[in-house]
Structures are given as structure tokens and as C-alpha cells.
Design a protein around this ligand. Structure first.
Ligand code: ADE
Length: 440
């Protein structure tokens, strides 16, 4: 690894005065670099699992006005569970940086492979099927990628496609009164004509257009609409003029004509693609567990949150400063557990009883703890997240700081973390049973 990359990796790892990032991830080589983010390979020191760590500088982010995009990216990614979508394991943060701990796609960028040589129609179809499966899954949940291109398509060890980078993706709540999206984004060569026309556009339709461009590139080895002059390229896109090379089959030409239809109203939809004869050849519909997307609240006194809300709580995306003195809270912490809120409260009550701490249940998602002759007083709140996750927020109410640290950190918290990790860590391989933020 070049010196500068090494230095950057070490700096990221040592920000917390640790050799490993948050004492958990050994950061290695640089995988990729963007305007706001760098992606490194890392190894989970507890499990040995490879991960990709996307490091985002808060300073750059705040000055760019794109902070809300990151919040959205976290919110979206934490809700998506599909075999062809890069999984978000956890989000960590320090005062200056946000770290996305992502599934590591060992095969790297699909783009790098096309750069070497174009694919056979059969191999291209396999990738296209996986792409459409992932895109259809997202669309059904109101999530549109809007920046689909080979650089955002990675491969895992088995050569399966993984869609990454939802930084620019849009959710339904961004849709205007006309039901269309209005933000100009995307990469010129993959951008649909209706985006160039600066009219409102339908996120699902533009993703289908980009999938058409990707399919063409996979089999041809070059772009369908291209010109060194950007305006000339745009004109070609507007007109939808492209020519298929001679090695394209008739069925492939037919579906490409439907995908690259300049009229979004008549362009093929994901449902129609799935019925197409060229597409269907050898297609195996993926079966996967949908981990609690349309998540319903059970039980009284538990608040629903998503990762977006966790980040929103903290000023300037600073998760580590959650309990600054301006809130009048002297001490506390917030962390994630992979557990049901009911179970967390149950474990807390059992641990408190063991320590002779009195528990008072609060109506609003909380538990008051009091003990040690009034020297220990804390409020614990539990928020429910999608995917059987909870945020536990603990604050010292009163009493003595030293006693709080002793009782909470040494006696009560270990019971929660130990029980939660052991019962949940092997469910889907995620490692969220660790504090994600706090002042401890
Ligand atoms: N480059 C960017 N993101 C990546 C990931 N999740 N795995 C491998 N390489 C990447």
C-alpha cells in the first residue's frame, strides 16, 4: 500500500486512540475514493470477518450541504435486506467522521471486469437478472437508486452481483406534489432523457433506463450513447438513437429497445422485464427473508426509530456528543442491541433486582432505576428499530457520578450486552450488539 494510503488508514483507525478502529476493525487497504468518502478494507478482530469501511468526513459533508443525504443513506440501507444489495452492518461515528461498516464484496467492481473484456450474453443476463431482482425489491419499498452504473455494481466471492452506494437514492417522501422527483443527479452516460429534460421524473423509470444502459455495456463492452462532446451525447440520449453490435441476439435487441425507450410512459417496467423471454432464461427467483421492513410496533411504551433518527438526535451528525452539557445531562450513553425492547427491559429488571436497584416502569418507553441509598439514579429508554434492533439510551439522573459508573457500566450494562450478543450474534452475521455511540 502506498505511504499516504497507509497513513490515512492508520489515522482512521487511531482516531479513537486505538490500534483498531473502535477496538474492533483493523483497517487495511484503500478500496475506493469519492468526493466525500473513502472506502477501506477492514477485518473484524473478533470474528475475522472482512468488511468494507466507508469513511465520511463530517466537515466536508456539512460544508457541502449533503448531510441529509448521508442520513437518508443510513435510513435506506438499514431497511434493505436483499442478497444482491450490499448490507450495512453498523454505523459508527467520532467527532469528525462517520464510518459505515459494510458487507465486503470480495470480487470488486463489475466495471473493472468489463474494462478487460465484454461479457457473453449468458453471463450478462445473469448479472442483469440479479440487478433487476435488487432494483425490483427496492422499488417495491419506495426506494429508487437513481445512480445505477457499473461502478456501483460489485461482485462477491461467488461472483454474485451486489448493488452499492445508495447515497443518491431517493425515497418516496422526496416526491413532489406532481408525484415526480426533481433533483438532477446521476452519471451523464447513464442518465435517462427525462432527467436531461429537467422535467420531473419517476425514480422507477429512470432506474429501468440505467439498467438498459448497463445491460448494453455488459454485452457490447461500450456505451450505447457516447460522444466526447457532452452536448452531442445528450442529444443522442434524447433521440434514443443507438445501434446494437452484430453479436446481439434478436431477443436481446427487443428487450433493449423496450428498456431504452425515451418515453418513460411506454418504457418497460420491472414487472414486465420479469416476464420477458430473454430475461426469464435460467432465472431463479431469489428467496430471502425480509427482515422486518414494514415493521409494526408491538407493546405499549416502546418508541419506533430508524437509523436516521439515531443520527438526527445528535447535532452536526456527531454521535459521540449525544450527551453534551447543554442538555443538562451529566452522563450517559446510547447504544444498539440486537434484541426486542421487551427482552431488553426484562433483562434490565432482572439485573437491577440482582443488584438491589429499584425499578420503576415509565409509561413512555422507559425505566427509572434507583438504588445505593439514593446515590444511583438513572433513566433508561428503549427505542425500537427495524430488524429487531433497539437503541438503549441511559442517563444519570441524580446521585453520584462514581456510583453511576460503577453500577451502570460494571453491573447493569454488561448483563444487557452479554445476553444480547450471545443470543443474537449468529442470526444473520451482523455485529450490532455493541455500543455505536456514547461517551464511555
Ligand atoms: N468498494 C466500495 N464498496 C465496497 C464494498 N462494499 N466491498 C468491496 N469493495 C468496495
Amino acid at each position: 500500500m502506498p505511504e499516504t494510503e497507509n497513513a490515512a488508514a492508520t489515522a482512521a483507525a487511531e482516531e479513537e486512540n486505538n490500534t483498531a478502529l473502535f477496538g474492533k476493525y483493523e483497517v487495511g487497504r484503500l478500496l475506493g475514493c469519492g468526493a466525500f468518502a473513502k472506502v477501506y478494507h477492514a477485518r473484524n478482530t473478533e470474528t475475522g470477518q472482512s468488511v468494507a469501511v466507508k469513511v465520511i468526513s463530517k466537515k466536508k459533508l456539512n460544508s457541502s450541504g449533503l448531510a441529509s443525504n448521508v442520513k437518508r443513506e443510513i435510513s435506506i440501507m438499514s431497511r434493505l435486506h436483499h442478497p444482491n444489495i450490499v448490507k450495512l452492518h453498523e454505523v459508527l461515528a467520532t467527532k469528525t467522521k462517520i464510518y459505515f461498516i459494510l458487507e465486503f464484496a470480495k470480487g470488486g467492481e463489475l466495471f473493472a471486469r468489463i474494462a478487460k473484456s465484454r461479457f457473453s450474453e449468458d453471463l450478462a443476463r445473469r448479472y442483469f437478472q440479479q440487478l433487476i431482482s435488487a432494483v425490483g425489491y427496492c422499488h417495491a419499498r419506495g426506494v429508487f437508486h437513481r445512480d445505477l452504473k457499473p461502478e456501483n455494481l460489485l461482485l462477491d466471492e461467488q461472483g454474485n452481483l451486489k448493488v452499492s452506494d445508495f447515497g443518491l437514492s431517493a425515497v418516496k417522501d422526496q416526491i413532489g406534489v406532481d408525484g415526480l422527483l426533481h433533483t438532477l443527479c446521476g452519471t451523464p452516460a447513464y442518465v435517462a432523457p427525462e432527467i436531461l429534460a429537467k422535467k420531473g421524473y419517476d425514480g422507477a423509470k429512470v432506474d429501468v433506463w440505467s439498467c438498459g444502459i448497463i445491460l448494453f455495456v455488459l454485452v457490447a463492452g461500450y456505451l450505447p450513447f457516447n460522444d466526447p462532446n457532452l452536448m452531442v451525447m445528450y442529444k443522442k440520449i434524447y433521440k434514443g438513437e443507438f445501434r446494437c453490435p452484430r453479436w446481439f441476439s434478436m431477443e436481446l435487441r427487443r428487450i433493449l429497445t423496450r428498456l431504452l425507450d425515451t418515453n418513460p410512459d411506454t418504457r418497460i417496467t420491472v414487472d414486465e422485464i420479469m416476464k420477458d423471454t430473454w430475461f426469464k432464461k435460467g432465472y431463479k427467483e431469489v428467496k430471502f427473508g425480509d427482515l422486518g421492513l414494514e415493521w409494526k410496533s408491538e407493546g405499549e411504551g416502546v418508541k419506533d426509530l430508524n437509523a436516521f433518527d439515531i443520527i438526527s438526535f445528535s447535532t452536526g451528525l456527531n454521535l459521540s456528543g449525544l450527551f453534551d452539557s447543554s442538555c443538562g445531562v451529566e452522563e450517559g450513553e446510547r447504544f444498539l442491541l440486537r434484541e426486542s425492547p421487551e427482552k431488553v427491559v426484562e433483562m434490565l429488571v432482572a439485573a437491577a433486582e440482582k443488584e438491589g436497584v429499584v425499578v420503576r416502569m415509565r409509561k413512555e418507553c422507559g425505566v427509572e432505576l434507583e438504588g445505593c441509598g439514593g446515590n444511583f439514579a438513572a433513566l433508561v429508554e428503549v427505542y425500537r428499530l427495524p430488524g429487531e434492533l433497539v437503541v438503549v439510551e441511559v442517563r444519570r439522573r441524580d446521585g453520584d457520578g462514581g456510583v453511576f459508573r460503577d453500577v451502570w457500566r460494571n453491573k447493569l450494562r454488561p448483563c444487557l450486552c452479554a445476553a444480547s450478543s450471545s443470543t443474537t450474534s449468529d442470526r444473520d452475521g451482523t455485529t450490532l450488539a455493541q455500543p455505536v455511540a456514547g461517551d464511555s
